[in-house]
Design a protein around this ligand. Structure first.
Ligand code: PLP
Length: 383
């Protein structure tokens, strides 16, 4: 089955009793038993499994070419279940530029449990490998990264991880499986904030993990069941509905994304544009190799003036783009990483990796490109 068919049919079955095309929203916490320990059907209690969540999980496994998908209450709940595979003394190598909430979880929660984190620019494979030691148990990459759009070479990192017998997890939120399939490139775990492109309509908070290895799938399901970060049936339905149009939306996100990046790059008030589809992007060749069919809808940029005041003026004056947290919905959003998505990174850490106060991150939606460019132009003209 091709990807554009999998988004609609992958892992899906018509409901047995009525033939319903979409799975019913099984709004139930529990399921009747005929005798102690003998449920009427396959289900016992919704924290362990729920038919609507299972329909979504099968769709997730299908679109990422995995054997098992797991749906969580948020992207961070999904990440949390991966971290619970670790024990005190273990070490993790993570991308230096990653979603602020992931950084916050690693440094403010799991570091307290005796897990050590090394943050590194993963475009430098030698540096990455130099951090490996006998305690290294996990490599955590986000590519494209948030908000600098760095591209980590998934195939090369998976070779290093396999050589040293380390689990390799990829946050595939920005690219989605429409553009990039980390499991096919050798990663062990794919993570999503399904709140973003998978859901696609800014109406749900959700997360996902997908794996190829069945034993790893069982372990992660055990953690999910034992610690309870599962996604509810209504939210599962919404993400499943979103996935059905993922390929259509991503195609337009990519078309609009490159046009916005080109527009900004040609603008005199703009200093630097961060978009992996631009030929001058430092990791453009790696992006071309592993992102098939486009480069997504996320674009960051900085101002020629280098001034925070210009970023603020620009963000206050947008009319079609909305200034808001999050990304990946049909509507265009704008974000100021320093005070919003990456506020939880210490200022010196942000400065270190190049997240400046004049940086703006755009989630380019699927609206008419003329309206988007006009909006950017009018907001820039007021800076
Ligand atoms: N990963 C990335 C790349 C994100 O952008 C986000 C949220 O913005 C997350 C993970 C966390 O996901 P959630 O907000 O669904 O918990």
């Amino acid at each position: 089955m091709k990807f554009n068919t999998k988004t609609i049919h992958g892992g899906q079955h018509h409901e047995k009793v009525t033939g319903s095309i979409m799975p019913p929203v099984f709004m139930t916490s529990t399921f009747a038993q005929t005798s102690p320990g003998k449920p009427v059907g396959e289900y016992g209690y919704s924290r362990s499994a729920n038919p609507t969540r299972n329909a979504l999980e099968d769709a997730l496994a299908s679109i990422e070419n995995g054997t098992r998908g797991l749906a969580f209450a948020s992207g961070l709940a999904a990440t949390d279940s991966v971290m619970k595979l670790l024990k005190p003394g273990d070490e993790v190598i993570a991308m230096d530029d990653l979603y602020g909430g992931s950084y916050r979880m690693f440094t403010q929660i799991y570091q307290n449990f005796g897990i050590k984190f090394h943050f590194v620019d993963m475009t430098d494979l030698k540096k990455l490998e130099s951090l490996v030691n006998s305690n290294t148990k996990l490599v955590w990459a986000e590519t494209p990264s948030n908000p600098l759009m760095k591209i980590a070479d998934i195939a090369e990192i998976s070779k290093i991880s396999k050589k040293h017998n380390i689990l390799f997890a990829v946050d595939n939120t920005f690219a989605t499986p429409y553009l990039q399939k980390p499991l096919d490139l050798g990663a062990d775990i794919v993570m999503h904030s399904a709140t973003k492109y998978l859901g696609g309509h800014s109406d749900v908070i959700a997360g996902a993990l997908i794996v190829k290895d069945k034993e790893l799938g069982k372990k992660l399901h055990f953690t999910q069941f034992a610690t309870g970060g599962t996604l509810g049936p209504m939210d599962s339905f919404l993400v499943l509905r979103g996935i059905k149009t993922l390929h259509l939306r991503m195609q337009r996100h990519c078309e609009n994304g490159i046009k916005v990046a080109d527009f900004l790059e040609a603008h005199t008030l703009v200093k630097r544009v961060y978009y992996p589809g631009l030929k001058n992007h430092p990791n453009h060749e790696t992006a071309k190799k592993q992102m098939i069919g486009g480069f997504g809808g996320m674009v960051s940029f900085t101002f020629a003036s280098g001034k925070l005041k210009d970023a603020v003026l620009f963000l206050e004056n947008l009319k079609v783009f909305t200034l808001a947290e999050s990304l990946g919905g049909v509507e265009s959003l704008a974000n100021h990483p320093t005070t919003m998505a990456h506020a939880s990174l210490p200022a010196e850490k942000r400065a270190d990796i190049g997240i400046t106060d004049d940086m703006v991150r755009l989630s380019v939606g699927v609206e008419d490109i003329d309206d988007l460019l006009q909006d950017l132009e009018q907001a820039l003209s007021l800076c």
